[in-house]
Design a protein around this ligand. Structure first.
Ligand SMILES: NC(=O)c1ccc[n+]([C@@H]2O[C@H](COP(=O)([O-])OP(=O)(O)OC[C@H]3O[C@@H](n4cnc5c(N)ncnc54)[C@H](O)[C@@H]3O)[C@@H](O)[C@H]2O)c1
Length: 254
C-alpha cells in the first residue's frame, strides 16, 4: 500500500519544478492526482507519463471561477478531494525601491490570491470527505529578509499567515482538515535558473542577488520538497497542522 493510497490530490503549478516532483511522488504513493497549471503542454505531458489516475486541468490560480471549475471537475472525475498542494508561484527580481505597483500586484495575484482561493474552495469538498490536508508552498523568504525579491518575500509571508489561519480555523471547526506550509531554500528548478540568467529589470536587485547567491553552496532537488509533501499529505502527519517545515540545508539557521 502506498503512503497516499486512495487519496485524491490537486497540485497547482504541477507542470514543472517542485509541483511536478510533488505530483509524481504523490502518484507513486498511490494517490489520484490532478495536475493543475497554466502550462498545458508540460502538464499534459506529465499526466501522460503518469498514466492511470492522473488528470490535467488548466488553472490560473489567480482566477476564482477557474478554481470553482477545477474543484467541480475533480469531484466529477475522482469523487472527492483529500489533498491540495498550493504550489504555483512566480517571482519578480526587484528590490523594495524599484518594484512597480504592477509587479507587486502580479506577484500577489498568483502567490497570495492563489493559495487563499485554493484553501477557500477546497474546504467544502474536504469537509464532505471527512477531512484533508492542505499544503502551501511558501519559502524561506517568509522568514528572513530577501532584498532582491521584495514583492515575492511579502507574498510568501502572507502564505505563512494564511496557512496558520486556515489551520486554526479548521481546528475550531473540527472538520478534520490540516494545513501546513513548506519553506524551501534554493532549489534546482526553472524558477531558480531564470533568476541565475539575470533577466531582472533591476540592476540593484541583481547585485544583491549575486551577493546572497554566493552563500548558496548546495541547491536542493525538487524531490527534497516532494518527500515533505508526501509526508504532510499522508496520515503519518495526522497530528501535524499549522506547522512550518523548513527545507533549506540550514540556510536560515546559520
Ligand atoms: N525554486 C526555488 O528555489 C523555490 C524556493 C522556495 C519556494 N519556491 C516556491 O515553490 C513553488 C514552485 O516553484 P518552482 O521553483 O517549481 O517554480 P517553476 O517556475 O519551476 O514552476 C512553477 C509552475 O507554476 C506554474 N504557474 C505559474 N503561474 C501560474 C498560475 N497563475 N496558475 C497556475 N500555475 C502557474 C508554471 O507554469 C510552472 O509550471 C513556488 O511557489 C515558489 O515560489 C521555490
Amino acid at each position: 500500500m502506498g503512503r497516499a493510497a486512495g487519496k485524491v490530490a490537486i497540485v497547482t503549478g504541477a507542470a514543472n519544478g517542485l509541483g511536478a516532483a510533488s505530483a509524481r511522488a504523490l502518484h507513486a504513493e498511490g494517490a489520484a492526482v490532478v495536475v493543475a497549471d497554466i502550462d498545458t503542454n508540460a502538464g499534459t505531458a506529465l499526466v501522460e507519463s503518469l498514466g492511470k489516475n492522473a488528470l490535467f486541468l488548466k488553472l490560473d490560480v489567480s482566477q476564482e471561477q477557474q478554481w470553482i471549475d477545477v474543484m467541480a471537475a475533480t469531484l466529477e472525475r475522482f469523487g472527492k478531494l483529500d489533498v491540495l498542494v498550493n504550489n504555483a508561484g512566480v517571482v519578480v527580481m526587484a528590490t523594495i525601491e524599484d518594484t512597480t505597483l504592477e509587479q507587486l500586484k502580479f506577484v500577489q495575484s498568483v502567490n497570495i490570491d492563489g493559495p487563499f482561493l485554493g484553501c477557500k474552495h477546497a474546504l467544502p469538498a474536504m469537509t464532505r470527505s471527512g477531512g484533508g490536508s492542505i499544503i502551501n508552498i511558501s519559502s524561506i523568504a517568509a522568514m528572513v529578509g530577501t532584498p532582491p525579491f521584495a514583492a515575492y518575500s511579502a507574498s510568501k509571508g502572507a502564505v505563512r499567515s494564511i496557512t496558520q489561519t486556515v489551520a486554526a480555523h479548521c481546528k475550531m471547526r473540527r472538520n478534520g482538515i490540516r494545513c501546513n506550509s513548506i519553506h524551501p531554500g534554493s532549489m534546482e528548478t526553472d524558477m531558480t535558473a531564470s533568476l541565475l540568467q539575470l533577466g531582472a529589470t533591476s540592476p540593484l536587485a541583481v547585485e544583491l542577488m549575486l551577493e546572497m547567491g554566493s552563500e548558496v553552496d548546495r541547491y536542493g532537488k525538487p524531490e527534497d520538497v516532494a518527500a515533505a509533501v508526501v509526508y504532510l499529505a499522508s496520515d503519518e502527519s495526522n497530528y501535524v497542522s499549522g506547522s512550518m517545515l523548513v527545507i533549506d540545508d540550514a540556510a536560515t539557521a546559520v
